[in-house]
Write a new protein. Structure first.
Length: 252
């Protein structure tokens, strides 16, 4: 088995990870961003939902960034992912490919660790997808009002933009965080961020999204302190105008 690429310690999660990345069509309806060398390891999966009218290409720098940390990212090739169904279809395709002899993904997918994230309408789609047993954690990024928060069954990291006038945090994101009292939930509001900060490489959102998935999907304990424990670095970082952690998150 080839040695795993090393991560620096401490890790700067907003900087590129150790894996070279390629992108390719997964099927007729999804684009995959993944480590170029899948090696002998099983890779956690992230499914992505675009904002209304958008395509994966608009978010490609963020999706490539996530893949550079060892994730296989399946992005739904649709501008309407609010139902979550298109995102889940990408996860199910990868699960099937993991079991198919001859597939480049054969035995390379960690089917027990699949996360959902997306922006705007796709953020609502991530919440909708997060109700499915396949999804183990969810990161709604400036999410639209779609999906049922009480139906989530895994940890959730809600992200808002301080200057977002489309998905206003106090009206549309923070109330959904408070509705997630049954699972570990964190809310992060990025200072100065608008609704379009999430486009491209996701700016200041990028590092926190990466750290969350590295902890919950890859078991990377170096990412735990970003969100959890008395030393929570997100909580004191001036780049974030508001950070909230519910009772279950305080127990992590």
């Amino acid at each position: 088995m080839a040695p795993k690429p090393a991560l620096a310690d401490p890790v700067h999660w907003d900087q590129p990870g150790p894996h070279p990345v390629v992108s390719e069509a997964l099927d007729g309806t999804h684009t995959v961003f993944r480590p170029a060398d899948l090696g002998g390891d099983r890779h956690p999966v992230i499914v992505w939902g675009n904002g209304t009218g958008a395509t994966p290409a608009i978010y490609a720098p963020l999706l490539r960034h996530l893949a550079s940390y060892g994730f296989v990212v399946a992005a739904a090739d649709t501008p309407s992912s609010g139902s979550g169904a298109e995102m889940l279809a990408g996860a199910r395709t990868l699960v099937a490919e993991n079991a198919r002899p001859g597939s480049r993904y054969f035995g390379r997918i960690d089917t027990a660790h699949i996360g959902a994230t997306g922006h705007s309408q796709g953020g609502g789609g991530a919440i909708a997808a997060g109700a499915d047993p396949l999804i183990t954690t969810t990161v709604p990024l400036e999410p639209g009002p779609l999906g049922s928060v009480p139906a989530l069954h895994g940890p959730v990291f809600f992200l808002g933009g301080q200057l977002d006038v489309i998905v206003v945090p106090g009206l549309l994101v923070i109330p959904r965080y408070y509705a997630a009292s049954h699972v570990p939930a964190v809310y992060g509001e990025l200072a100065g961020a608008t609704h379009f900060t999430a486009v491209g490489d996701a700016g200041g959102f990028r590092g926190a999204i990466t750290a969350w998935f590295r902890y919950w999907l890859a078991g990377d304990t170096r990412a735990k302190g970003v969100f959890f424990g008395p030393g929570c670095t997100l909580c004191t970082d001036p780049a974030w105008s508001k950070v909230l952690r519910n009772g279950l998150a305080l127990q992590v």
